[in-house]
Design a protein around this ligand. Structure first.
Ligand code: CAA
Length: 298
């Protein structure tokens, strides 16, 4: 089963990162903006990231235009009819994703692989709205996609071995190292990473250490590239919150419950880097720990 052209639905951080990675490895991509509006911003973001890759020596300058030319932008699903693989990367909401899968099933042939980049939703629940189910799987990338080596290939209830093998081979072709995971909430990485971040927040709430010291401890004591608070801000606190809720829904264990501090930050719209404030305040240069979190949690 050869994967020659890929459709990606969702032009956010993950969708763009996937498109960049695939196009850098010679794959033609059709990138669908899932919400109405112009694709200009997404195109500009992709160009900026490729320019950064050039400045970092990860891409030759003369290759940039070729990579950009391999990504076609659209706000319609119909151009996906000829793709051999479609990966959805839209909002983390099961009904919205199921609705998209219903539409895709009507557009593409029964052998087209339909994959989801969901972090913590059930691939099997997405599969349930399709008639040809063997071609539905998970293909989960990590942020920032061009820099993170791993991809989780999720083998859901009725996914065929042929589809899993095709996805594993495709991951290697685009420079990713795959792991095959059964369809469990959070798969491997987020199932372990989310409670770790929640635990760090609980340590902060208990006064065990400051944001800066907890981050420093994990950077220098465990060789993590970022501490848990910097990472949570990087992922987006709304995303961390949603992952925690989905995992709690499944596991029902206290260690997966959302700490008050996370709930409050999300309620106030402090979502991390993307909003300029989260556990750190990015409006300051360099970023400083959010001063509102220096007081004890009531
Ligand atoms: N495109 C392609 N390559 C690029 C690039 C771009 N735009 N920008 C940089 N690069 C390349 C560089 O050339 C460099 O390559 P070499 O190592 O071969 O020289 C490499 O990428 C690293 O670049 P930087 O020096 O800019 O990056 P860094 O060393 O500062 O690392 C980081 C940045 C990768 C983000 C690192 O801090 C890190 O690993 N953080 C943790 C990220 C993480 O854990 N992500 C997972 C989040 S969970 C998730 O995503 C799952 C989910 O479902 C929510």
């Amino acid at each position: 089963m050869d994967i020659n052209s890929v459709g990606i639905v969702g032009s956010g951080t993950m969708g763009l990162g996937m498109a960049q990675t695939m196009a850098q490895h010679g794959v033609n991509v059709t990138l669908v903006k899932a919400t109405p509006g112009s694709t200009d911003k997404a195109q500009a973001t992709l160009k900026k990231s490729l320019e950064r890759a050039v400045s970092k020596g990860a891409l030759r300058e003369e290759e940039l235009e070729g990579v950009l030319g391999r990504v076609a932008f659209t706000d319609q699903l119909d151009p996906l009819a000829d793709c051999s693989l479609i990966v959805e990367s839209i909002i983390e909401d099961l009904e919205t994703k199921q609705d998209l899968f219903r539409k895709l099933c009507k557009i593409v042939p029964a052998e087209t692989i339909l994959a989801t980049n969901t972090s913590t939703l059930s691939v099997t629940a997405l599969m349930s709205v399709c008639e040809a189910r063997a071609r539905v799987a998970g293909l989960h990338f990590f942020n920032p996609v061009p820099l993170m080596s791993l991809a989780e290939v999720i083998h859901a209830f009725e996914t065929s071995d042929v589809v899993v093998t095709a996805l594993v081979n495709f991951c290697r072709r685009i420079g990713k190292e795959p792991v095959v995971v059964q369809d469990t909430t959070g798969f491997i990485v987020n199932r372990l990473l989310t409670p770790y971040i929640l635990n760090a927040i609980r340590l902060l709430e208990q006064g065990t250490g400051t944001i800066g010291d907890i981050d420093k401890a994990m950077r220098l004591g465990a060789s993590h590239p970022m501490g848990p608070f910097a990472l949570a801000d990087y992922i987006g606190l709304d995303v961390v919150n949603a992952m925690a809720q989905n995992i709690y829904e499944d596991v029902r264990q206290q260690y997966t419950a959302t700490p008050h501090t996370l709930t409050r930050l999300v309620l106030l719209g402090y979502l991390g880097r993307k909003t300029g404030k989260g556990f750190y305040d990015y409006t300051q240069q360099p970023a400083i720990p959010n001063p509102d979190l220096a007081r004890p949690v009531a």
